[in-house]
Design a protein around this ligand. Structure first.
Ligand SMILES: C[S@@+](CC[C@H](N)C(=O)[O-])C[C@H]1O[C@@H](n2cnc3c(N)ncnc32)[C@H](O)[C@@H]1O
Length: 282
């Protein structure tokens, strides 16, 4: 929620106190247009028809749901999240920016993702490593079974994954400037801890502003660090007939922050820090 600008002991206003953590989050980590483009590619690779219905599990402020309905006048989306504060922020700041007809094609459910809902959808997305909140195999498999049942017979499930040697280093902070200038801010992704015995890992997101003030640990995550083969095995156990890994082709220009092309891969180079997608076919 946007906070009003506060004065502090030194009489100066503090940019962090005035900042909106959800707005900073969206600017820093989400690229909904890129997600929609990838969903279209993955669905095209699996099926010969166009996808129209999307379910975004762990949708947060459901920016992807909004982008989806903008991408085609027949498209509908369903966002599912159990945090009402986050959903409300999305209603105020994302849904409100859509046209009336687009708004009518977005449905939101404040509930646990491990619930069967109808109608079934073409694409179910679980983005930003959100299912890593489930730390036991049995919990992930239960979730995948429900997700599978929420898909149409030719539906696909899309999730992103991260990894690489650097991901296991504790207290590593990845810093990026998101907005330059006096009103700008930086994004800090911190890998706070990694327990090699349980593969449990804690991460946090902080934002640092031009006046030096900080929104410390605006978002914190306590996850199990799952690997690609583990996830694919659990998908198979949950009944998915196939799964594919999509790796990113390397950009010629190293300073290029844009995503490259995504291609199905059976092997990849051991990058110290990578992100990929797993796509599972019902
Ligand atoms: C890492 S955020 C991801 C937000 C968004 N999908 C994105 O890509 O940025 C995880 C979200 O999952 C929600 N969440 C966690 N456990 C959940 C559950 N069991 N059912 C529904 N939502 C859940 C949280 O409220 C939070 O909004």
């Amino acid at each position: 929620m946007a906070k009003s600008k506060q004065k502090h002991g030194n009489g100066k206003s503090n940019l962090a106190a005035a900042a909106d953590k959800f707005a900073c989050y969206q600017k820093s980590v989400q690229t909904p247009d890129h997600e929609v483009e990838f969903f279209e590619q993955a669905f095209r690779d699996a099926n010969r028809r166009k996808p129209y219905t999307l379910r975004e599990d762990f949708c947060g402020t459901f920016a992807v749901c909004c982008e989806w309905v903008k991408s085609h006048p027949r498209r509908t989306s369903l966002g599912v999240d159990l945090c009402d504060e986050t959903l409300d922020w999305g209603r105020q700041h994302n849904l409100s920016k859509l046209s009336e007809s687009q708004q009518q094609r977005v449905r939101l459910l404040s509930q646990d993702v491990r619930k069967r809902n109808r109608p079934q959808v073409d694409i179910l997305a679980a983005q930003n490593f959100s299912f890593w909140i489930f730390k036991k195999r049995s919990e992930v498999i239960e979730y995948f079974k429900v997700a599978r049942s929420n898909l149409k017979p030719d539906g696909i499930m899309v999730m992103d994954m991260m990894g690489g040697g650097e991901c296991y280093e504790e207290d590593l902070v990845d810093k990026r400037t998101i907005v330059k200038g006096k009103k700008g801010f930086k994004y800090h992704w911190k890998q706070a801890s990694f327990n090699p015995v349980t593969a449990e890992a804690r991460f946090s997101i902080s934002f640092k502003f031009a006046d030096g003030s900080k929104l410390r640990n605006a978002f914190e995550y306590d996850w199990r660090f799952w690997t690609i083969p583990e996830v694919r095995e659990m998908l198979a156990e949950a009944g998915f007939r196939e799964s594919h890994v999509y790796w990113e082709s390397e950009s010629e220009d190293e300073s290029d922050d844009e995503y490259g092309e995504w291609y199905r891969a059976d092997d990849a180079s051991s990058d110290p820090s990578w992100i990929c997608y797993i796509v599972a076919l019902k």
